[in-house]
Design a protein around this ligand. Structure first.
Ligand code: 4NP
Length: 169
């Protein structure tokens, strides 16, 4: 384990109970597989489900692929996150816009040069789902939850390649 400060990534969706907890655990798995010194966390732009465990359906579908989401708890994105994290990954374009709005508030509060976080789409470098929104599965069926896992795995592979090539972590 490197003694250097880890690079910190925050996965963000609306509720922090379906997409971003899945992205958190999948991205962490791919980073650990490559022994990257990266911390991964997740949050929601809303405060709809504070301190709730991930949606049962997300947990069930993830566990079938070996990803355990059970210990995660939802929290809302806050201005401090723009200081704490290096990279904030939005699951869809609406999340991206809401993250940017909060970033402006963080700039006003702390000053622009105090903020570290860059914002990008989860699918930014994904070859299969390139810059596509990660569809919200909350009001849909089982296929939506499988799609979230497929896309999180594909996008995480792409990010890990970026991290390996561009970061000394
Ligand atoms: P998520 O899904 O943003 O992927 O966590 C949702 C979870 C809850 C709600 C909407 C989306 N909701 O309206 O409560």
């Amino acid at each position: 384990m490197s003694s250097k400060t880890p690079y910190k990534v925050l996965c963000v969706c609306l509720g922090n109970i379906c997409r971003s907890p899945t992205a958190e655990v999948v991205l962490r798995y791919f980073c650990e597989q490559q022994h990257l010194n990266i911390r991964v966390d997740s949050a929601g732009t809303s405060n709809y489900h504070p301190n709730k465990a991930p949606d049962e359906r997300s947990q069930k579908h993830a566990l079938k692929r070996g990803y355990d989401l059970s210990s995660l708890r939802a929290r809302q994105l806050n201005v401090q996150d723009f200081i704490e994290f290096d990279l904030i990954l939005a699951m869809d374009n609406e999340n991206f816009d809401n993250i940017q709005t909060l970033q402006h508030q963080a700039e006003l509060k702390f000053g622009k040069n105090k903020l570290r976080a860059k914002i990008a789409l989860m699918s930014e470098h994904d070859e299969i789902y390139k810059q596509q929104a990660l569809p919200d599965p909350y009001y849909g069926g089982a296929n939506g939850f499988e799609r979230v896992l497929d896309q999180c795995e594909s996008s995480s592979r792409a990010w890990v390649n970026i991290f390996k090539n561009e970061l000394a972590v």
